[in-house]
Design a protein around this ligand. Structure first.
Ligand code: F0G
Length: 372
C-alpha cells in the first residue's frame, strides 16, 4: 500500500510539467463515483446514473485538481504570489495551495455574492481578499489586466495548467467504469471544467481535440486506462446566468447558484469546440429546479452538494425523463462542490423547524414515538 499523494504524482507522465517540478499537493483527486440507484427509482428513469462527487477534494471542490497544477508550475517558475478572480471556490483553493507552497495569494471576489464557507476558507488560509464593486466578470477583467504588469501568477482557468489538472477527473471515471460514459453532464460557468473533462476523455481515447489549444502534442497514455469512445458532453447553466443559451455574454447574471453567476465565460471558444466534437449540447435550469435537485439528492442518496453542482443533475434528470438522453444510458454528472460551503442556502430554504424539548428523557421519547 503506497500513500496516495495527489493527481500530479498519480498521472505525472500525462502532465506537461518540467521533470524537476516538485508537486505542491494536498492529496486532491480520487473522489468517489457514486451510483444513484435510489434516485433513479424515485424519479422513474432508466439509466446507470452516477455522480462524481468533487466535494470530497481537500478544499471541497474540483478546483483543487487545477490548483495543484497551476501552483506547482508557478512555484517552479519562481512565482512568489498568485492572483485570481473568483465566485468562491477558486479563491478557497488558491488560498490553500498558496499556503501550502509558502507564497502569497490575492483573490478578487464579487461583493456580497460569495458563499460563507468559501469566504471563511480564503480568510483562514491568509489570502488578501479584495471585494470588487462589481461581479465576477469585472473581477476576471481586472486580474487579467493586473497580471500583465505585476509579478503575480494568474491562476484562473485561463491558465492552461488548470485545465490539465482538471482533466484527471475524466481519467478517474474511465478507470472506475472501465469505459467512458455515454453522457457526461456538468454545470457551466467559465466553461473551463467542461473543456478539461473533454481533454481527459480525448487523451484516454488517444484522439486529438480542437479544445486542446495549449498542449496539443501532449498525450501520453503509458500504462493508463484507455477507451474507444468519448461521451456526449452536456453543459447546464443557471437560467439567469446562461450566456451559452443566449448566444453571447449576459450583462447582469443572477442566480442562487453563486458559483456559476458568470455572464462572460472565459473558455467560450473551447467549450463550443467541445459541444461540436462531442455532439453534446447546452441547456439551462431555473433556480427552483437547482434547489429542488440539491435537496432531492441529499434526501435520497445522502450526498450534499452546493447549488451550482446540482445544476448538472437537475438537467440530466430532465433530459432522461424527456428521452433526450436515451433510457439505458450510462450517465455521469459532476458534482463540483461540497454543500457545506453554502449552509445559508439550506437554513433559509424552508426546512421543518427544529423541535425544542426540556432536558428530560420522556420529552425526547415523545418526539420519537410520534414519528417512528
Ligand atoms: N461549480 C462550482 C461549484 C464552481 O465553483 C464553478 C466555478 C463551476 C461549477 C463552473 O465551472 O467555471 O469551469 O465552468 N467556479 C469558479 C470560481 C468560477 O471562481 O470558483 P467552470
Amino acid at each position: 500500500m503506497t500513500r496516495y499523494t495527489g493527481i500530479i504524482d498519480a498521472y505525472r507522465s500525462r502532465m506537461p510539467l518540467p521533470a524537476d517540478a516538485k508537486a505542491i499537493s494536498l492529496g486532491e483527486g480520487r473522489t468517489p463515483l457514486i451510483k444513484l440507484d435510489n434516485l433513479v427509482r424515485h424519479e422513474g428513469v432508466e439509466a446507470d446514473l452516477y455522480v462524481k462527487f468533487e466535494g470530497t477534494n481537500p478544499t471541497g471542490s474540483f478546483k483543487d485538481r487545477g490548483m495543484t497544477m497551476a501552483v506547482t508550475e508557478a512555484v517552479h517558475r519562481g512565482a512568489k504570489a498568485i492572483l485570481c478572480a473568483s465566485t468562491g471556490n477558486t479563491s478557497a483553493a488558491a488560498a490553500a495551495y498558496a499556503a501550502r507552497a509558502g507564497i502569497k495569494s490575492f483573490v478578487l471576489i464579487p461583493e456580497g455574492k460569495i458563499a460563507m464557507g468559501k469566504l471563511a476558507q480564503a480568510v483562514v488560509h491568509g489570502a488578501t481578499i479584495v471585494q470588487v464593486r462589481g461581479n465576477f466578470d469585472d473581477g476576471m477583467r481586472l486580474v487579467k489586466e493586473v497580471s500583465e504588469t505585476s509579478p503575480v501568477a494568474l491562476v484562473n482557468s485561463v491558465n492552461p495548467y488548470r485545465l490539465q489538472g482538471q482533466k484527471t477527473a475524466a481519467f478517474e471515471i474511465v478507470e472506475a467504469l472501465g469505459r467512458a460514459p455515454d453522457y457526461h453532464c456538468l454545470p457551466v460557468g467559465n466553461a473551463g471544467n467542461i473543456t478539461a473533462h473533454w481533454l481527459g476523455y480525448s487523451e484516454s481515447a488517444g484522439l486529438p481535440t480542437a479544445a486542446d489549444s495549449h498542449f496539443a502534442a501532449h498525450s501520453t497514455i503509458g500504462n493508463f486506462a484507455t477507451v474507444t469512445t468519448r461521451p456526449h458532453m452536456v453543459g447546464y447553466q443557471a437560467a439567469g446566468s446562461a450566456p451559452f443559451m443566449r448566444g453571447g455574454p449576459v450583462k447582469d447574471p443572477e442566480t442562487v447558484a453563486t458559483a456559476i453567476r458568470i455572464g462572460n465565460p472565459q473558455s467560450w471558444d473551447l467549450a463550443l469546440h467541445v459541444q461540436t466534437e462531442s455532439k453534446g449540447w447546452f441547456d439551462e435550469c431555473t433556480d427552483a429546479e437547482i434547489l429542488a435537485c440539491q435537496r432531492l439528492l441529499a434526501e435520497q442518496e445522502g450526498v450534499f452538494c452546493e447549488p451550482a453542482s446540482a445544476t448538472s443533475l437537475a438537467g440530466a434528470l430532465r433530459d432522461l425523463k424527456s428521452g433526450k438522453i436515451p433510457a439505458g444510458s450510462t450517465v455521469v454528472c459532476t458534482l463540483t462542490g461540497n454543500g457545506m460551503k453554502d449552509p445559508d442556502i439550506i437554513l433559509k430554504g424552508g426546512f421543518p423547524p427544529m423541535i425544542e424539548v426540556d432536558a428530560v428523557k420522556s420529552a425526547v421519547e415523545r418526539v420519537l414515538v410520534d414519528r417512528l
